[in-house]
Design a protein around this ligand. Structure first.
Ligand code: ADP
Length: 359
């Protein structure tokens, strides 16, 4: 199977531009997650790859074959929907075997393939049941089985875990990662859930308003978000973002705001324009109580017990930040605190464009 190449793809519905000039290469064997908030164009892009939604502009190639106008059934791609789309009157075996029957494959081959897929997905004991006799997780595996049986060039999945309860979702997440490793095929997976993206993806493509905001490994997008939007989307809770100004003081740059004064470890120079208004970003797990620099001065508003950790909400100037750390944090509502972060954990973004400032 070969690479999926998406070039300058756009999709407009009347006045809405759902996908806006997206260029993206998906390599063979990747688990690529299309991530972003509701309405950012993830499903539309996935459906365009599947051939279910024609593009307004742009091209999609599979290997060296241009599939922009190829009907879905000739694309060698299998789609797994959120709703599972199982046939209620057919047994599990017949649901899984359906794509092969539609292609008029010999009966013996169908039986053998269905049994093989059922073994892979631990469905062998359920082959005679109807979908209504299955749990949500089992139905989800049958939907996967129906995709798997075709041995497609790539699997396209649209929020396949969103109908499962939290515990089952965590278990199925791990199963999907394992399945991906075992099959070695390409998975393109849509979700708005950053935990799913972080845990399963080999690469994340983050969309915002139909445009690609950043593409990278989970570690890259988490550790070096390309924009304040990406920073504010990933993490639990997401990165603290504060409006600040960069000022030079005694040869050193500081990010300052009301009750904020953070010394920056900047080796390069910020241009005159950039050295004005910025967005200062610090992840909740990187904030420490106390520290050498003036840091962030605030008052604790609330402390939440997460079990193994605690989450403190602290009002700093006219902003609010979260601090996450091992329990107990030894903080109580009303405490005055000073917070700091190591220089390597301080992110700066351009106030206007939201883009990361490289230093
Ligand atoms: P996501 O999957 O990220 O939630 P979608 O791709 O479903 O986003 O939608 C992107 C945008 O396109 C949204 O504003 C949505 O309302 C719009 N949209 C999607 N499908 C259609 C459609 N068939 N007709 C009109 N607008 C649509």
């Amino acid at each position: 199977m070969s690479r999926i190449h998406i070039e300058a793809a756009s999709k407009r519905f009347d006045k809405v531009t759902a996908v806006d000039q997206v260029t993206l290469d998906i390599e063979h064997g990747e688990f690529l997650v299309l991530l972003g908030p509701s309405g950012c164009g993830k499903s539309t892009l996935l459906r365009a790859i599947a051939g279910l939604t024609p593009l307004t502009e742009g091209r999609i190639t599979l290997g060296d074959k241009d599939i922009t106008h190829t009907p879905p059934r000739d694309r060698d791609l299998a789609m797994v929907f959120q709703s599972y789309a199982l046939y209620p009157h057919l047994s599990v075996a017949r649901n899984i075997g359906f794509p092969l029957r539609a292609r008029r494959r010999p009966k013996a081959e169908i039986r053998e393939k269905v049994e093989q897929v059922a073994r892979t997905l631990d469905l062998s004991a359920l082959l005679d049941r109807r979908p209504r006799e299955l749990s949500g997780g089992q139905r989800q595996r049958v939907a996967l089985g129906r995709a798997l049986v075709r041995d497609p060039g790539a699997f396209l999945m649209d929020e396949p875990l969103s109908n499962l309860d939290a515990k089952l979702r965590t278990a199925t997440r791990a199963e999907l990662s394992e399945l991906h490793r075992r099959l070695g095929s390409t998975f393109v997976y849509v979700t708005h859930d950053q935990v799913e993206a972080m845990t399963m993806a080999t690469r994340i493509a983050l969309l915002n308003g139909g445009k690609l905001e950043q593409v990278g490994s989970p570690t890259e997008v988490y550790d070096r978000p390309a924009s304040a939007f990406v920073a504010g989307f990933l993490g639990s809770p997401a990165m603290n973002l504060l409006d600040a100004r960069v000022v030079s003081r005694e040869g050193r740059l500081h990010a300052v705001a009301e009750d904020v004064d953070v010394a920056l470890d900047i080796t390069g120079e910020l241009s005159d324009q950039d050295s004005q208004d910025v967005v200062l970003g610090i992840r909740p797990e990187h904030l420490r109580i106390g520290g050498a620099h003036p840091g962030l001065r605030g008052v604790v508003r609330l402390v939440e017990n997460l079990g193994s950790e605690e989450l403190a909400h602290v009002v700093v100037g006219d902003a609010r930040v979260c601090l996450r750390g091992s329990r107990p944090l030894d903080l109580a509502t009303g405490d005055a605190v000073t917070l700091s972060a190591a220089p390597q954990h301080i992110h700066l973004f351009h106030r206007e464009s939201g883009k990361r400032l490289v230093w």
